[in-house]
Design a protein around this ligand. Structure first.
Ligand code: HOZ
Length: 428
C-alpha cells in the first residue's frame, strides 16, 4: 500500500475538533465508518478532489451526489458568478425560481407545482407535513435503512450516518412522534400490506427512496414501487418519492422515468442545486394548493429560491437534457462497479455490487443486499481495509459502507483504468 502523507489533514482535524462537534459538520464525514481521521479538502476540479496535503484523488463521492457535471464546472461557475454580481439573496421572488421550477416540472409529469427549500431534509420534512395536512392523518410508513434527512419523523431506523454510527434512533426525538413512524424492510411488499392492514386509516404517507442510497445502493425489486402506489391508492395514503439522490441522477426524469411510477409528492435535492444548497418538493396543483399561501399547511424559508442556488441548478440541469448525456455516465457506473467486484472476487474476496444509472454500491458479501438487514451483514472489516487501500492509491470513496457512490460526466476511461489498477493492488 502506498504511504500517503496526511499530516496537514491531521493538523486541521485537531484544530476543528476544538470548535466543531466531532471536528465536522455532518457525522459521516468524521470517518468513524472507516476509522482514522478525515481528509480535509482544499479544492476540487472535474472528477478529482485535492486534499490539504496536496494529494489528488479520483472522486466517487461527488459531494454525496450533486456534482453530476464534475467539480467546478465552467458553465456552473460562470452562472453563479454572474448571479452573485446581481446580489446573493433577495428574500423576495425572482424569475430564476420560475425558470428552474418549469424545467424540473417538465421532466417530472406528476409534479405540476413546486416549492423550493434549502436542503433535502427540508424537502422531505415539508412533504410529510403536507401529506399529513392533506390527508388529516398522522402516521408515516418508511423503510429500514432509508434516510430522508434528519427531521424528527425520519430518525427512526434510518440509514446513512445513523446507520454508520449504529444509532437505531436519536435521543431528542419525542417518543410520541417516533411512534407515528412505522418501519418495514425495504423491498418487502407483504410487510407494507400488513402495516396497512393494522394502521391503514391512520397512515398519511409512505415515503421511500425509489432507489435506496443510504444503505449502500439498493434498487427496488421488480414491482415493489408499483405495489406501494397501489396500496397507497387503496388506503387513501399519499406516496412520497424521496428523489433527493435519484432525481436527475439515475435519469433525467429520475425514478419516475426509470420505473414508470408516478408518486403523489416528489422531493428533490442534490443535483437540482448543482452543488449549492437547494431542495424542492412538488406535486399536483391540487395537493400543492394546500400549502401556504394558497392553503393552510405552513412552510417558509429566508434563503428558499436563493438566486445563486437557482442559477447553479439551472446551469447544471440544462446540459443533462442533451441527447446521450446519461448513456456514458451510466455505462461507467456499470463497468466500474462490476469491474471492481470481478477483480476482488479473483482475489477470493467476497464482493457484490449494485448500480442504477450513475449510482453504485460495492458490498463485501457474496450477494448484493436487498434491504438494510442484508446490507448490515457485509464484512465491515474488509470494507475498511479496502477503503484505506483505495485512498492510498488515490481513489476517494464514501467513508461509510452505508452510502452510495456517484459518477460524473467527466469521469473518463483513464480514470476508470486507474481505479482498476488500484483495486488490482489490494491484498487480503
Ligand atoms: N447524508 C448525506 C449522505 N447520504 C450527507 C452526508 C454528509 O454530507 O456528510
Amino acid at each position: 500500500m502506498t504511504q500517503l502523507n496526511l499530516d496537514r489533514s491531521k493538523e486541521l482535524f485537531e484544530a476543528s475538533q476544538e470548535v466543531l462537534v466531532g471536528g465536522v459538520n455532518s457525522p459521516v464525514r468524521a470517518f468513524r465508518g472507516v476509522g482514522g481521521s478525515p481528509i480535509f479538502f482544499d479544492r476540487a476540479k472535474g472528477a478529482c478532489v485535492y486534499d490539504a496535503d496536496g494529494n489528488e484523488y479520483i472522486d466517487y463521492v461527488l459531494s454525496w451526489g450533486p456534482m453530476i457535471l464534475g467539480h467546478a464546472n465552467d458553465d456552473v461557475l460562470a452562472a453563479v458568478a454572474a448571479s452573485a454580481q446581481k446580489g446573493t439573496s433577495f428574500g423576495a421572488p425572482s424569475a430564476l425560481e420560475t425558470s428552474l421550477a418549469k424545467r424540473i416540472c417538465s421532466h417530472y409529469p406528476s409534479v405540476e407545482k413546486l416549492r423550493f427549500v434549502s436542503s433535502g431534509t427540508e424537502a422531505t420534512m415539508s412533504a410529510l407535513r403536507l401529506a399529513r395536512g392533506v390527508t388529516g392523518r398522522d402516521k408515516v410508513l418508511k423503510f429500514e435503512g432509508c434516510y430522508h434527512g434528519h427531521a424528527d419523523s425520519f430518525l427512526v431506523k434510518a440509514g446513512s450516518g445513523v446507520a454508520t454510527l449504529g444509532l437505531p434512533n436519536s435521543p431528542g426525538v419525542p417518543s410520541a412522534l417516533a411512534e407515528l413512524t412505522l418501519n418495514v424492510a425495504y423491498n418487502d411488499t407483504d410487510a407494507v400490506e400488513h402495516c396497512f392492514s393494522e394502521h391503514g386509516d391512520s397512515i398519511a404517507a409512505i415515503i421511500v427512496e425509489p432507489v435506496a442510497g443510504n444503505m449502500g445502493c439498493i434498487p427496488p425489486a421488480p414491482g415493489f414501487l408499483e405495489s406501494l402506489h397501489e396500496l397507497c391508492d387503496r388506503h387513501g395514503a399519499l406516496l412520497i418519492f424521496d428523489e433527493v439522490m435519484t432525481g436527475f441522477r439515475i435519469a433525467l426524469g429520475g425514478a419516475h422515468e426509470v420505473y414508470g411510477v408516478k408518486p403523489d409528492i416528489t422531493c428533490f435535492g442534490k443535483v437540482v442545486g448543482g452543488g449549492l444548497p437547494v431542495g424542492a418538493f412538488g406535486a399536483s396543483k391540487k395537493i400543492m394548493s394546500q400549502l401556504a399561501p394558497e392553503g393552510p399547511v405552513y412552510q417558509a424559508g429566508t434563503l428558499s429560491g436563493n438566486p445563486l442556488a437557482m442559477s447553479a441548478g439551472e446551469a447544471t440541469i440544462t446540459p443533462l437534457a442533451e441527447p446521450g448525456f446519461y448513456e456514458s455516465l451510466n455505462a461507467y457506473a456499470k463497468e466500474l462497479s462490476e469491474g471492481i467486484v470481478s477483480r476482488l472476487r479473483e482475489k477470493g474476496v467476497p464482493a457484490s455490487s449494485n448500480h442504477v444509472g450513475s449510482m453504485f454500491g460495492i458490498f463485501f458479501r457474496d450477494q448484493a443486499p436487498r434491504n438494510y438487514a442484508e446490507a448490515g451483514e457485509a464484512d465491515q472489516d474488509l470494507f475498511k481495509r479496502f477503503y484505506w487501500h483505495m485512498l492510498s492509491e488515490g481513489v476517494y470513496m464514501a467513508p461509510s459502507a452505508f452510502e452510495a457512490g456517484f459518477i460524473s460526466k467527466v469521469h473518463d476511461k483513464a480514470l476508470l483504468m486507474k481505479t482498476f489498477d488500484a483495486v488490482e493492488k489490494f491484498r487480503l
